[in-house]
Design a protein around this ligand. Structure first.
Ligand code: SF4
Ligand code: SF4
Length: 462
């Protein structure tokens, strides 16, 4: 076993060299059990999709025999990454798919085609959102109109069936700056540490003794700095800043100073669309900025489970950048981090919210990180919260996948099981950590969807 395997780090597998495709290392570990195929939500509803076994190991075996082109079906994989965790032989399936998709787009896709232009636009949602959020009301009115959506569908191939995700009037970053940025967070974290401990002077101490004990405690509190860097991603910044605000309040209540480094899209939609050059550019900025935060003593936390998976797994699998292994090893999903470092369940015990029943969906990318059960487990400690898991099916939207006109029906067929379980739970609201799963849940059932952090914030801080 290698050192990296011992330490639990991801080790990039050079399965697909950029100059000469070579996936033998990964392909040879496949013993054709087809477990991955049986876990693939696209293969389950789309007879034409050959499934992960073909997309991964089989294509590379063919490749070994000659100059075999990447099959265009790789564009029908939604990058849900369920096959990754299903494979008993640890074949690096999503690494193979991502690399193959990148190769297919670079070599096999016409750059002036409608599909390429549409996919490039969808992949670069962060850039679009930056422009849109400058005039959010106007953008929401124009982009939300059914006429514009129909034109978009006809011209661009972006489905008109879905509701346009509205931009917030103030982005998370604008709110953060207005609130005073890192300086305010440091102050609030210090106040929270002061409020939670150090302990009061012991009962028997009084006068100068008590003062000395207090001062010792204060100094200890100041040196015991707890610091996290928040990777908010595009959606929490432009569309749902309330999730980011909840995250900041919850972490500050545990005495954490929050940093909000400059950042670009995590790359998730770019990987799914084979736009690896765009993803690499974004990764270069993110790794530089997050490495600087790590040097400042921070760990990285994300409120979106696809962002945390991207930083943890896809970055080191696909790019060789200085600092990338550290960023991968120091990244956590926000609640996962608190569960590891604090007694979050204990802090929630006995706290209450207005009674609310939630239908919770664990995103595929949360499952890949072993986080499927944590939201339900935590909400069990909150009085008034009742959360029910709606099963382990995929929501079907997979980021930009369900926004493509030709994939909309497949996306809704995949989501049908989750919609059914949500209806069955008769909730007041749905709940999930992934912003696009939330879109799909709302689209398929009409329920309002909340992020677990918002409920934890309501229980702990509000
Ligand atoms: S990533 Fe998801 S959609 Fe793609 S092959 Fe694997 S299981 Fe199927
Ligand atoms: S689950 Fe793994 S070993 Fe089994 S067919 Fe798929 S890639 Fe091969």
């Amino acid at each position: 076993m290698s050192d990296a395997e011992h330490s639990g780090e991801f080790e990039p597998v050079d399965v697909f060299q950029t100059t000469e495709m070579d996936l033998r290392g990964g392909a040879d570990d496949c013993y054709k059990c087809s477990t991955c195929d049986s876990e693939c939500p696209v293969a389950a509803v789309d007879d034409e999709f050959p499934g992960p076994k073909f997309q991964g190991p089989e294509q590379w075996r063919l490749k070994r025999k000659g100059d075999h082109d990447i099959d265009d079906s790789v564009m029908s994989c939604s990058n849900c990454m369920r096959c990754d965790s299903a494979c008993p032989s640890e074949v690096p399936l999503s690494q193979m798919h991502n690399t193959a998709r990148g190769n297919y787009v670079e070599k096999g896709m016409e750059k002036l085609s409608r599909e390429y232009i549409r996919n490039r636009i969808l992949s670069n949602y962060g850039t679009l959102a930056w422009f849109g959020s400058k005039v959010p009301r106007l953008t929401n009115a124009v982009m939300g109109s059914s006429l514009v959506q129909k034109v978009n569908e006809k011209v661009m191939g972006i489905t008109a069936e879905r509701e346009f995700p509205e931009f917030a009037e103030q982005t998370f970053r604008e709110w953060w700056e207005e609130r005073g940025g890192n300086a305010t967070s440091k102050k609030r974290a210090g106040e929270a540490r002061g409020a939670r401990g150090p302990p009061c002077p012991s009962d028997h101490a009084s006068g100068p003794e008590a003062r000395e004990e207090m001062e010792r405690g204060d100094a200890q509190g100041q040196n015991d700095q707890k610091r996290v860097a928040y990777f908010h991603g595009c959606y929490s910044n432009y569309n749902t800043p309330e999730v980011g605000k909840a995250m900041v309040r919850v972490f500050e209540s545990f005495g954490y100073e929050v940093l909000v480094p400059p950042q670009k899209c995590s790359g998730t939609p770019m990987f799914a669309n084979g736009m690896l050059s765009d993803a690499r550019r974004a990764a270069e900025t993110n790794v530089d900025e997050l490495s600087a935060a790590i040097d400042d003593g921070a760990d990285i936390i994300a409120s979106c489970t696809s962002c945390s998976l991207s930083l943890r797994q896809e970055y080191p699998e696909l790019f060789d950048l200085e600092g990338i292994k550290d960023v991968s090893a120091r990244t956590y999903e926000a609640l996962e981090y608190l569960r590891i470092h604090e007694d979050l369940a204990g802090a929630l015990e006995g706290n209450e919210i207005e009674p609310e029943r939630f239908a919770y969906h664990a995103p595929c990318h949360a499952r890949n990180q072993g986080l499927a059960g944590q939201a339900i487990e935590l909400l069990d400690h909150v009085e008034g919260a009742e959360a029910r898991d709606v099963g382990d099916s995929c929501s079907g939207i997979s980021g930009t996948y369900g926004w493509k006109e030709e994939k909309y029906d497949v996306s809704m067929k995949i989501g049908a099981e989750m919609f059914h379980h949500m209806e069955d739970a008769q909730p007041d609201a749905g709940m999930t950590e992934c912003p696009t799963c939330a879109m799909q849940m709302e689209h398929g059932t009409g329920y309002e969807i909340r992020h677990p952090l918002e409920v934890i914030d309501e229980a702990l801080v509000d």
